[in-house]
Design a protein around this ligand. Structure first.
Ligand code: FE2
Length: 294
């Protein structure tokens, strides 16, 4: 890597030592992308990016997602931002859906597991911080897979997992209305391989609170396996916890890391602005899966 950076933990997270002008120029975009995939999450301090600048940086790194792309828990559109910047806030005038999504955001997840091609990356910057809590945590699903014993890796590479909105939200939203529950069911369930063989050749675990069950496995065994893998993948050695300061920019590789928001005070004025980069490859099964099926 030719760009200046400092590792924040051994397995995930680096701080970019670039100023705003260097980021906006796009001059280092290829190196930043490579570092993002290698390190799972990147942060930079003291930038204070406007929405326009956030978009500009995002566009240097990938295909910026524009316009509505998701539905909220009430079935309405959760707008990714007509101009590519989504405001994340409990204030219903700023974001009418976030308050109802928030409980799910506190659990470890990947974004877009209901999509055939999950988003590649997210850029996130604070406009107002919570008074307490509100850290964001990142866990490397590359590192978690790489550390498993070879025989277990081989077995996991033959499995597929179904992801669903109700699996993600019902455990933390038991007070949902029948209408909300019906909306979750209206989302497409999506089956993904449990292990993603990326175009780069690296492999990662596809884990998320949205993981409902392992296809073809007894429900109890499936539950235990997914729970054990989640506990394995979120050990401290695979995790970077970011304590936010105004002016920060964080970005994470959604294809090789999970994330979660830590709790903060109710009715917080906390507000973040976010850009999402569209995915570039479907979740692809390792060759071993086809061999096992043959
Ligand atoms: Fe998320």
């Amino acid at each position: 890597m030719t760009i200046p950076s400092v590792d924040l933990t051994p397995r995930i997270g680096s701080e970019l030592k670039l100023d705003k002008a260097a980021l906006l120029s796009g001059e280092h975009a290829d190196d930043i992308r490579a570092l993002l995939v290698a390190r799972g999450a990147l942060v930079a301090r003291g930038l204070f990016l406007s929405d326009e600048e956030l978009r500009t940086v995002a566009r240097t790194l990938g295909d910026l997602r524009i316009g509505a792309s998701k539905r909220g828990t009430d079935g309405k559109t959760l707008n990714e931002g007509e101009e590519g910047v989504l405001k994340v806030s409990l204030d219903p005038k700023v974001n009418p859906d976030y308050a109802r999504f928030l409980p799910g955001n506190h659990l470890w997840h990947m974004d877009g597991t209901y999509e055939e091609i999950p988003p590649f990356a997210t850029l996130f910057t604070p406009y107002r911080l919570s008074e307490q809590g509100g850290d964001t945590m990142f866990a490397s699903t590359y590192a978690a897979f790489e550390d498993l014993p070879a025989d277990e890796q081989a077995r996991l590479e033959t499995l597929r997992v179904v992801h669903s909105m109700q699996a993600a939200l019902f455990p933390v939203m038991r007070d949902c209305t029948p209408e909300e529950f019906a909306v979750w069911y209206s989302y497409p369930q999506r089956s993904h391989p449990l292990v993603w063989q990326h175009k780069s050749g690296r492999k990662s675990l596809v884990l998320s609170t949205s993981a409902a069950y392992v296809e073809g496995m007894h429900p109890a065994e499936s539950h235990d396996l997914l729970e054990r893998l989640m506990i394995h993948a979120t050990q401290d050695k695979y995790v970077y916890r970011h304590k936010w300061q105004l002016g920060d920019l964080a970005m994470w590789d959604n294809t090789g890391a999970m994330h979660r928001a830590m709790p903060f005070e109710a009715n917080s004025k906390r507000e973040f602005h976010r850009c999402t980069l569209n995915g570039e490859e479907p979740v692809t099964a390792p060759e071993r899966m086809a061999e096992a099926a043959a």
